[in-house]
Ligand binder design. Sequence first.
Ligand SMILES: Cc1cc2nc3c(=O)[nH]c(=O)nc-3n(C[C@H](O)[C@H](O)[C@H](O)COP(=O)(O)OP(=O)(O)OC[C@H]3O[C@@H](n4cnc5c(N)ncnc54)[C@H](O)[C@@H]3O)c2cc1C
Length: 467
Amino acid sequence: MIIKDIGNIPAEFDVIVAGSGLGGLTAANVLARQGHRVLLAEQHFQLGGLATYFRRGRHIFDVALHGFPIGMQKTLRKYWSREMADQIIRVKSIRFNNPQFSVETTFTAEDFTEILVREFKLERDTVNAFYSELAAMNFYDANPMRNRELFDKYFPGRNDVVRLLMEPITYANGSTLAEEAITYGIVFSNFMSKGCYTFAGGTDRMLKMMEEELTRNGVTIATRATLEKIIINDKRVAGAVINGRGFKCRAVLSNGNLLTTVNRYAGREHFSDDFLAQTDQVRLNTSSCQVYLGLKAGETIDYIGDLLFTSDHPVYDPEAILEHFGGSRTYSVYYPEIRPGSDDYTIVASMNARYEDWAGYTPSEYTAAKERLIDDTLNALEKYIPGIRAKIDYAEAATPLTFQRYTLHGNGSSFGTKFEGLKVSMALSEEVGGLFHAGSVGIIMSGWLGAANYGVITAHNVDKYLS
Ligand SMILES: Cc1cc2nc3c(=O)[nH]c(=O)nc-3n(C[C@H](O)[C@H](O)[C@H](O)COP(=O)(O)OP(=O)(O)OC[C@H]3O[C@@H](n4cnc5c(N)ncnc54)[C@H](O)[C@@H]3O)c2cc1C
């Protein structure tokens, strides 16, 4: 059950989890199962963070449910329920279409190998050696290699190969060729090795099941509940202020933005100079735009694949992917089968984006820019779904400002922080006893699986602290 007025709940908990992204939700569930009294406080009126949905008329739009690695099944089974794990189904077809190539893949290591050998004419031994190097990468080795060097080592001069191997990761977490290769190795090995999966019933069903499970485990869930301040006495968490009301607790796990957690919720005065210097170096990741399209009742479209990575840019270029009104889009097509019993088709186009490109508009310019985003998307989609304009009865756009508004992430950052953020996030409790962070951070801990698993890791650390 979700509480909408925090005025009537107890004034003391063992731990307050602020934010109900997949990191916060999973951490709250694990902590409650461990026997702790947990308050899960979410500032939005709905759970899920970026992994959420919204309804418009007969349509339900999933915001961030394009696909995730098979590891999510194990995470759901172990830390949520078998019923939830059983909802995981395979995404059938993923397509790439750009001026360099057009391929369809099942997103398995075997399929990628075949495509690289057959269509990109690479030596099988080279491809296998690349995979072996990724598999041998270890987070704890201080390996300074960057993505650019990794690709130059195995596929020198082959921008097309880099595009196939890297573009989905750039779309998924904002990575560039300048990122630490370890982040690519871990995310690629998780994501593009055993296929791509989704949640049958959509994000709405998943969040409903999560809410029921949290309630069964005794978590007090409150929406429209904003963490404003973490109360710290003698370098230890003593409570938190939510919507102006003080609560006692021994630990706070923030699922909100890492930098805001340090600088605003906790306050810089509680941290060492060294730690603050490291925090100030943390770069936020980039943001996103999305266009949501709903088909009229009775309209259908032919199967064109579930996930389409498309671009009209001549080469792979992470900067071009971020371009304002650029030509790179990922389409997620939701056929009725995803929500058994429904006959609704929706399409969500996602674009990586920079906050700065959207922040300076006047209200009327902003509205016009959103209209242009929708219009450009419909023009581009015409190639895959002829006559799309006549088929839809709903179109809406989200921008970095939308993401900022609904998640409170600085600059609408939709993929957490760059690599250096992970160290800061993990070291919080060494600075202030009982202060923890979980969620999309450091690229490695991003996406549905990364954020949920980081929630588990942090919950165990909170449990150790409380015990
Ligand atoms: C367009 C897009 C598409 C994506 N597609 C995929 C995909 O296909 N597959 C995949 O694996 N990943 C995808 N992702 C990424 C994935 O959704 C995120 O990495 C993951 O959901 C982030 O979870 P999180 O735990 O970091 O929390 P977030 O989702 O960032 O949520 C944080 C929560 O904290 C709340 N909060 C913040 N401050 C406060 C406060 N002061 N008090 C109370 N609450 C607060 C926010 O309201 C929010 O609910 C996508 C992301 C985007 C933007």
